[in-house]
Design a protein. Structure first.
Length: 252
């Protein structure tokens, strides 16, 4: 079968340059409609933080004091299950929020966050941001919309995990990753290990490795060390239809 590299694109919300830091990819779409004064007010609430690769940002069960806006790098959100089994709930990249689901209840983190690569972020304290929302209610509505859509997305993934095959889950995951981090040559630009792929798809590492090998043999993908390139988008799409709910920001 002839192999043809493909480009997978997904229209994404326009990001807003709020903090003005060098190399900033812009902030989340939830800040759409914020005027210059509001942006300046938001900047005053931000505190810069940096993390190395494979470094913990917060742990499941620890108090949630605020949330993060990722400026550069990538972070995985991990849920610990019975007998030590882990599930990667999503990957958060530049311009996206991390830990916002705990803003309104003031409780503890329901999952752990660990960097995939060196990461820069802005941290905003919970109390400061809640006070900010009182003055900018439209941002609160945007945040509520984001949380609601992610909840719908997680419900869809529960159905996927319960009823769909490992091949379908992994094929859909690769397409989602390519849509978010793919280059013009179809290569997925994210340092994601085979174990990470397995934990995102909800399958064992051994099954992920075996299935990736099968995809490569069929000419669907190319594997080179930790890099994956999509060669046949249509072939992967035949294995897995898209989830019925697509979040505004990623739900990987």
């Amino acid at each position: 079968m002839a192999q043809k590299r493909v480009t997978i694109s997904r229209e994404r919300p326009k990001s807003l340059p709020i903090c003005g830091a060098e190399g900033c990819a812009g902030c989340s779409w939830i800040f759409t409609g914020l005027d210059a004064t509001g942006q300046q007010e938001l900047r005053r609430l931000m505190r810069s933080v940096e993390y190395g690769a494979d470094e913990a940002i917060f742990h499941e069960g620890t108090p949630a004091f605020g949330f993060f806006i990722i400026c550069s790098g990538k972070v995985k959100l991990i849920k610990q299950g019975p007998a030590g089994k882990r599930q990667i709930l999503k990957i958060v990249g530049p311009g996206e929020l991390l830990g916002e689901e705990n803003l309104f209840d003031g409780g503890t983190h329901t999952a752990s966050a660990r960097t995939l690569e060196p990461t820069r972020a802005r941290f905003i304290k919970r109390e400061d941001f809640l006070d900010f929302l009182k003055r900018h209610p439209m941002i609160a509505l945007h945040l509520a919309e984001k949380v609601a859509r992610e909840l719908q997305g997680f419900q869809a993934k529960l159905i996927e995990t319960a009823y769909e095959s490992c091949r379908a889950r992994l094929a859909r995951l690769l397409l989602m990753l390519a849509g978010k981090y793919g280059t013009v040559t179809g290569e997925i630009q994210a340092r994601i290990s085979r174990t990470d792929l397995a934990e995102m798809a909800g399958i064992s590492t051994e099954t992920a490795i075996r299935t990736l090998g099968e995809f490569e043999e069929r000419g669907l993908i190319s594997l080179k060390r930790r890099k994956i390139a999509i060669l046949d988008q249509g072939g992967l799409e035949e294995l897995a239809a898209p989830l019925p709910v697509e979040t505004i920001e990623n739900l990987l």
